[in-house]
Write a protein that binds this ligand. Structure first.
Ligand SMILES: Cc1cc2nc3c(=O)[nH]c(=O)nc-3n(C[C@H](O)[C@H](O)[C@H](O)COP(=O)(O)OP(=O)(O)OC[C@H]3O[C@@H](n4cnc5c(N)ncnc54)[C@H](O)[C@@H]3O)c2cc1C
Length: 358
């Protein structure tokens, strides 16, 4: 039996899995899905779990069942591209004939001393539960520093405000404005929302170190907090650095035109681990997974594989449960929209994600 192994049951891995299960899988092939969790975690909503406004259960999606699918739960500790095997923490090893690496990303602490040790994060389900515990156990009137004013930082700050009105929430951002790579109109709206909801905004911040009860801006300015949440950058999971393959400046694996590791036609890389012409996102992971499925199925049929360019629809962000912002969707010719409509759209996208539509 040939093993088609998918490492990672997140946005990329599960989209690919659904695409393949819809096809005729060769009689001599089984698909093995590998993940540490017994369900897909909806990572795009981890900010709400951390704040306490969504429950653990709401962010889980069951894996599919199929006679050709085996699921191996466990922690992957190594990928050996030469002998085509996967190592697990419990010492088991499984062999693959074809492999898709879709293990997602982790925080990028940019070498800031103390950041790894003292900040809370939302990059894994487990870490997010711990962040939830710490935020929600804070005594009244405590202070939370959020490092990073991108999408994740904004969403978690707004959600904490909704969850705990008593906390002092502060966003520390490096740029001149929040969401610095989005239309200025959108940043203005988001900043106004935060001012109206008593969230402190500080820009042009350069974090030089983190301690248990503060961060330092530059060498000297101490900014105290009871908790610091880190949302200031990502990079692929550490297993990628051990592969000894070419990586881009963000650590993502550089691939050939069919999303395979050059010289290893049996190994695909998908989602946040893959060097794509876009920032890492669930949308990019899903769109790329569809194209990887085309390549795999063409191989099964003995046809020449073809891929279409990846298409991204745009960005949607939440400011609590009632307001939001979006850009890039067309929106009747506007470059961005703000308010209730993008928030409703975001809930719709989440619903589709849970039910594997779109
Ligand atoms: C707060 C937040 C908000 C976001 N909002 C958006 C948004 O609005 N729109 C958008 O497009 N993107 C958004 N993103 C980004 C999006 O979540 C990621 O880009 C997307 O999840 C990447 O998909 P993936 O398949 O590469 O990885 P993931 O979905 O992270 O899946 C990786 C899987 O691999 C498993 N895994 C990892 N390491 C191991 C191991 N060693 N052993 C076993 N299993 C392992 C994990 O358990 C996980 O299931 C957001 C991210 C965050 C954190």
């Amino acid at each position: 039996m040939k093993n088609f192994v998918i490492l990672g049951g997140g946005y990329g891995g599960i989209t690919l899995l659904h695409e393949l299960l819809d096809q005729k899988i060769p009689a001599d092939t089984q698909i093995i899905l590998v993940d540490r969790m017994p369900f897909q975690g909806l990572k795009t909503e981890y900010y709400a779990l951390a704040a306490g406004t969504s429950s653990d259960m709401e962010l889980r999606v069951k894996y599919p069942t199929h006679p050709k699918l085996n699921i191996r739960y466990g922690e992957v500790t190594g990928i050996n591209l030469d002998d085509k095997s996967i190592q697990f923490q419990d010492s088991e090893v499984i062999a693959y004939d074809q492999l898709v690496i879709a293990l997602g990303c982790t925080d990028n602490f940019h070498g800031v001393p103390g950041a790894d040790e003292y900040t809370c994060t939302i990059q894994t389900f487990e870490a997010t539960r711990e962040t939830y515990r710490r935020i929600n156990n804070l005594p009244p009137q405590s202070t939370v520093n959020i490092v990073g004013g991108g999408l994740s930082g904004i969403e978690i700050a707004a959600e904490i405000r909704e969850s705990r009105e008593d906390l002092h929430v502060r966003i520390l951002d490096r740029g001149e404005r929040l969401l610095s790579s989005s239309p200025a109109r959108m940043s203005k709206y988001v900043e106004a929302w935060f001012r109206e909801h008593n969230v402190e905004l500080r820009n042009k911040i350069n974090i030089s170190r983190v301690e248990e009860d503060c961060v330092y801006n530059g060498p000297d300015e101490r900014i105290a907090a009871d908790i610091t949440v880190w949302t200031a950058g990502i990079r692929p999971v550490p297993l990628i650095d051990e592969l000894n393959v070419n990586q881009d400046n963000s650590g993502r694996v550089i691939l050939d035109d069919l999303y395979r590791i050059p010289g290893r036609p049996e190994v695909f890389v998908c989602g946040d681990c893959a060097s794509l012409p876009f920032a890492a996102s669930a949308q990019a992971a899903e769109s790329q997974a569809e194209q990887i499925a085309n390549v795999v199925v063409a191989g099964w049929k003995g046809e020449t594989p073809k891929v279409q360019p990846l298409k991204l629809k745009g960005t949607l962000g939440a400011l609590g449960k009632h307001a939001g912002f979006g850009s890039g969707f067309g929106f009747g010719g506007k470059s961005s929209v703000t308010g209730r409509v993008p928030r409703l759209l975001k809930s719709g996208v989440l619903w589709m994600s849970k039910h594997h539509f779109g």
